[in-house]
Design a protein around this ligand. Structure first.
Ligand code: KG4
Ligand code: ZN
Length: 346
């Protein structure tokens, strides 16, 4: 049995998880502890980096301790420590990275530096028994990233499209802030959008743009949509009476672009599986819309979603992505481990 301890502190979740992989190669999550700081940042309508870092420092040892206890193992059994080294908020990343450096030195363990996006991709493979058919295409949508990634295997990636400005989750968060709906914006907008009814006589016929919908590439752009929303709100003194419509249209604009680019890339690259992952993949409308589109346009393609608990930041996904690197002997030592706020998926 290979045991990996995964740790995640790239943004506002302090998380630790123990993963076990036996001779069958099937990964098993032994523990998955997440301390979310959402409540702490809510009053600022967004993540405050310094507060996030201080919270990580205060929480990381209890979270690690809980993960190891729940897994009922001792540190001696751990093959390696896997840590998100980037991308993310540098002060948040540093709290996890420095903790792992200290532990790796004290325990004499190898460390695996995991890219956060590789973690989100791996999340789709946790507790899924069925073998994934490759090539696969992953739409990774989070607060910091919107990428289309081609996968030749579980851990062989190539980014073919990305956002040129804001990430989809960032658009949700900023849109929600403009509408006075608080943080995190994705769930708040989704909840309000669910109250929208297309037949309501109160509707104002709000229209929002779909940036880059027809561009001849797989890239995205969401900052124009955010600006368009801002101008609509500024011109509408009664926008608060129409919040469900604003949220529905804003969400629909984001989903339309995500879907169009994903379907185009899937067709062009003749993929056999489509994966939807990252925090925004928790969005029910997005999940359903993509599933529906696949049924009609690409019925032979399999659709793979992470379990809901693995969509937003967690350490189980980091442990699994770390295991993939560990088995290819891609580990390092406490001396060489570094946090990198900007880090490419490789
Ligand atoms: O993956 P994640 O936990 O952290 C990053 O790596 O960024 O993603 C957080 C993002 C936030 O922007 C949040 O608003 C968004 O995911 N999110 C959602 C939903 N739940 C979380 N966006 C839309 N609908 C949701 N239900
Ligand atoms: Zn994330």
């Amino acid at each position: 049995m290979t045991y990996i301890l995964g740790i995640e502190t790239s943004c506002d979740e302090t998380a630790a998880s123990v993963l076990a992989v036996g001779s069958s190669g099937c990964p098993k999550i032994m523990s998955n502890i997440v301390f979310s700081q959402i409540k702490i940042h809510q009053k600022y309508s967004g993540v405050v980096p310094e507060i996030a870092a201080r919270e990580h420092v205060a929480r990381i040892i209890p979270v690690l301790d809980a993960a190891i206890r729940e897994a009922k193992i001792t540190k001696n059994k751990l093959a390696a420590l896997a840590i998100t080294s980037g991308p993310g908020l540098i002060t948040s990343l540093l709290s996890g990275v420095e903790t792992v450096r200290t532990l790796a030195f004290a325990w004499q363990k190898p460390v695996v530096a995991v890219n956060h996006i590789a973690g989100h991709l791996a999340a789709a493979f946790i507790e899924r028994k069925k073998k994934v058919k490759f090539p696969a295409l992953a739409l990774t949508v989070s607060g910091g990233h919107t990428d289309l990634v081609l996968l030749a295997d579980y851990d062989r990636y190539q980014i073919i499209g990305r956002t040129l400005d804001d990430a989809a989750g960032e658009a949700f968060d900023k849109g929600a802030k403009m509408l006075g709906l608080g943080y995190p914006g994705g769930p708040a907008i989704a909840k309000m959008a669910a109250k929208y009814s297309s037949s309501s006589r109160k509707n104002i016929g709000l229209e929002l743009p779909r940036p880059m919908l027809h561009s001849a590439n797989y890239d995205f752009s969401f900052s124009g949509l955010k600006t368009a929303l801002w101008y609509k709100i500024k011109k509408d003194s009664e926008y608060q009476k129409h919040l469900p419509e604003y949220c529905h249209q804003f969400q629909a604009a984001i989903i339309d672009v995500l879907l169009a680019k994903t379907i185009k890339a899937a067709k062009d690259h003749q993929v056999r599986t489509i994966i939807l992952c990252g925090g925004v993949s928790a969005n029910t409308e997005l999940r359903q819309a993509l599933a529906g589109k696949l049924k009609t346009e690409l019925p032979q393609v399999e659709f793979l979603l992470p379990l809901l608990k693995y969509t937003t930041d967690n350490a189980a996904m980091i442990a699994l992505a770390g295991y993939y690197l560990y088995r290819r002997r891609k580990f390092t030592t406490w001396k060489k481990l570094r946090a990198q706020s900007v880090s490419e998926l490789a």
